[in-house]
Ligand binder design. Structure first.
Ligand code: FAD
Length: 425
């Protein structure tokens, strides 16, 4: 019997357990994997440490700031880059067109000046065209959407955008086309990364002293009798259930879910990520901390240099790179396993990032859940499912529990919502 039973040992579950414990309650986390950490876990290959895709801490929320306060971090001032067809452009491309030939710049700027007027009901493609003009939209973000979100932009809503895409003035576009000495307009001023232990170091601090049981995959939930069955045959009763399990999977475990809710849940889908991680025996692989790739014949859409996040991520005089290739039920992986690793190694040479002969370690793995996809009407379907889950007395938290585009600090806050539910115990 657990007073508060928490499914999932990622940051949302750990935050829920930490907050409940501090409030004097008994909380136990049950994590399916053999290690807790979820997306914030890391892995080592040879002497190289890799996070599960690029991760930095950037947060304005005070409770999470306090968590970071006690952790010794490197400070990074974001300067991502974009690779397209042999050229490197500063980020964001829309106001950094400087490397393009004159005729292509003129075409892009004229199209920017002639962009369609804003329409509140626009799908994501229309929104991009209204913001940047059709030439820039088509050449960069639309192409990137197909790689990163795995669907054409017209299939997506704009609910997730927030401040993630920079909307430059005409003046900024003109300056960025004439000079490469433009100010950084990235939406985050600075980012933190633990000096030791990878991004997981943040979680290590939060998880201290908590009761976390690994290798416990929940497979069935009875919300009437208030118990959870686990894959290996055990059963645990609870007073309050907190779940950070992906929402469609949670619905699949529950009894008596109405048909309409099941259908809504079945329509929720997320991208998966094939990660290729490479360790080099030479220093300096890649020139940038992270960059985006627009070419269709290069399958990864984003790459970063873990050793640049912190030198602690690689042995002395060595370096490392990690590439993310996205896929989903709508876009299968073009290559898998060793074939994708070979493709990435060819890309490393093609982009002049490092030399193949210096690779000493390599790793291929798949993250089943990357980003929830905001296809049109997703928000309505998701809210309908969440309403049912809430009515069954389950608090669904985290990136895949709330089914939202949440960063780790937002998942921390999401887990903290457990405090609002303690009164019912
Ligand atoms: C590519 C990428 C880059 C990102 N970059 C950043 C960044 O730079 N900065 C940032 O702040 N955030 C970043 N994020 C977001 C961040 O990783 C997530 O918001 C956060 O880690 C999600 O935490 P969570 O606890 O909600 O989910 P998860 O970390 O997914 O944890 C859920 C846990 O539930 C477990 N589980 C699943 N099913 C069961 C079951 N049936 N029974 C028991 N346990 C189960 C899983 O094994 C997992 O451990 C990034 C995410 C991605 C994908």
């Amino acid at each position: 019997m657990a007073e508060i039973l928490i499914l999932g040992g990622g940051i949302a579950g750990i935050s829920a357990a930490g907050h409940a414990t501090k409030a004097g309650r008994e909380a136990v986390i049950f994590e399916a994997a053999e290690r807790w950490g979820g997306l914030l876990d890391n892995f080592t290959v040879g002497g190289f440490r890799f996070d599960r895709a690029v991760h930095f801490a950037f947060s304005n929320n005070e409770p999470f700031q306090k968590v970071l306060d006690g952790i010794d971090c490197h400070i990074h001032y974001p300067e991502p880059y974009n690779y397209e067809n042999g050229r490197w452009l500063k980020h964001p491309v829309q106001n950094n067109l400087f490397p393009l030939p004159a005729d292509e710049k003129v075409e892009a700027i004229l199209s920017f000046m002639d962009r369609p007027s804003m329409d509140e009901n626009a799908n994501y493609r229309e929104w991009l065209e209204q913001q940047f003009g059709t030439v820039i939209a088509e050449r960069y973000p639309c192409r990137y959407t197909e790689k990163y979100w795995t669907v054409p932009p017209e299939k997506m809503s704009t609910d997730w955008i927030g401040n993630r895409l920079y909307r430059p003035s005409l003046e900024e576009v003109l300056y960025g086309a004439m000079t490469d000495e433009t100010p950084s307009t990235y939406y985050l001023p600075r980012m933190l990364y633990p000096k030791k232990g990878g991004f997981r170091a943040i979680l290590e601090k939060l998880a201290r002293g908590l009761d976390i049981r690994t290798g416990k995959r929940a497979v069935h939930i009875d919300t009437q009798k208030k118990y959870v069955d686990f894959e290996e045959g055990s059963r645990e009763y609870y007073d309050l259930l907190v779940s950070s399990v992906p929402l469609p999977e949670l619905i699949g475990m529950m009894d008596g879910v109405p048909q309409a809710v099941q259908e809504a849940a079945a329509g929720l889908w997320a991208t998966s990520i094939a990660l290729v991680s490479l360790g080099f025996r030479s220093p300096g692989a890649g020139q940038h901390l992270w960059f985006y790739i627009y070419d269709r014949d290069i399958f990864p859409s984003r790459a970063h240099a873990p050793y640049r996040k912190s030198p602690d991520n690689a042995p002395p005089d060595c370096s490392s790179l990690q590439f993310e290739t996205y896929f989903s039920r709508f876009k299968p992986l073009p290559l898998e396993g060793e074939a994708l690793v070979e493709h990435v190694i060819d890309t490393v040479e093609k982009l002049g990032l490092a030399e193949k002969k210096d690779i000493v370690d390599r790793d291929y793995r798949v993250l089943p859940y990357g980003n929830v996809v905001f296809d049109r009407d997703m928000v309505e379907r998701r809210d309908y499912v969440l309403k049912h889950v809430g009515e069954c007395g389950i608090l669904s938290v985290g990136r895949f529990g709330e089914w939202d585009y949440l960063w780790s600090d937002q998942c921390f806050l999401s887990g903290r919502r457990v405090l609002e539910h303690l009164a019912v115990l």
